[in-house]
Ligand binder design. Structure first.
Ligand code: NAD
Length: 244
């Protein structure tokens, strides 16, 4: 059965990899993003301009994309990261990150709720981060925004279970995308990041897209209100390599 699917942040990175996977499986996919998709990856996939930080923009994009048709899968992938020390970061940065990463996902879920209810068995997948539970250098409100998104995932799973809607999150580790590409500009920076993972490599967007596909599908029919860490083992490396 072809499903109707919305992917926010689908213009690049993990969102684009996710949109491509669903499209390849024969689903009707709509990318909602403030930027248009990278031309080489989104052939045949519908795109609607949308700022997830703005409720009116979300409402217009959802209406244009799916009208009142049943929505089977909503993937909240839109996100931003701005580095600054917490001591001197501006409140503008603080609010902007929360507005996109947390409030944006909430507004998106609410806007799509009538369509999700109509699907009778829909799934929401939120792209959080291991920064939800691991502090990050100069992360400002990024970690708090993702911790909030994990909590929102639990909240909506509990409240919307009665509509048959499953709500789950993915916590990626280091993934090379447009958001993080500048961090991989030198071989040493790649090597140091590889060593931080048990699998000795940073993630690729499709490593995450595969798990989105799983959580959105029938294989996850009894999974709701939880998060899956997809980080190549980074978050369990804590005391490894400390001399014993
Ligand atoms: N790359 C990583 O290492 C990493 C790790 C953990 C979590 N994440 C999260 O994964 C998700 C996908 O990020 P990515 O790494 O693929 O980066 P990316 O920059 O390639 O993709 C993010 C997308 O979100 C869109 N976006 C940003 N603000 C928006 C807004 N206000 N309205 C609509 N669209 C907006 C961007 O245009 C972009 O297409 C994000 O939520 C990010 O926080 C990334």
């Amino acid at each position: 059965m072809s499903r109707l699917i919305i992917v926010t942040g689908g213009a690049s990175g993990m969102g684009l990899a996710t949109a491509r996977r669903f499209h390849a499986a024969g689903d009707e996919v709509h990318i909602l993003d403030r930027n248009s998709p990278q031309a080489d990856g989104a052939a045949g996939i519908a795109y609607h301009t949308c700022n997830v930080a703005d409720e009116a923009s979300i409402a217009a994009a959802v209406k244009a994309a799916i009208g009142d048709r049943p929505l089977h899968v909503l993937v909240n992938g839109a996100g931003i990261l701005r580095y600054a020390p917490s001591e001197s970061a501006t409140l503008e940065d603080w609010h902007a990150i929360l507005q996109v990463n947390l409030t944006g996902a909430y507004m998106m879920c609410r806007a799509a709720l009538p369509n999700l209810k109509a699907a009778k068995g829909a799934a929401i997948v939120n792209i959080a981060s291991i920064a939800a539970f691991l502090a990050q250098t100069r992360g400002v409100s990024y970690g708090p925004s993702k911790a909030g998104l994990v909590s929102l995932t639990q909240q909506l799973a509990v409240e919307w279970g009665e509509y048959g809607i499953r709500v789950n999150a993915i916590c990626p580790g280091m993934v090379r995308t447009g958001m993080t590409n500048a961090l991989y500009d030198k071989p040493e920076s790649i090597a140091v990041r590889n060593r931080k993972t048990a699998l000795n490599r940073v993630g690729q967007p499709d490593d995450i897209a595969k798990v989105v596909e799983f959580l959105a599908g029938d294989g996850a029919s009894y999974i709701t209100g939880t998060e899956i860490v997809v980080d190549g083992g980074m978050s369990v490396m804590g005391i490894h390599l400390i001399p014993s």
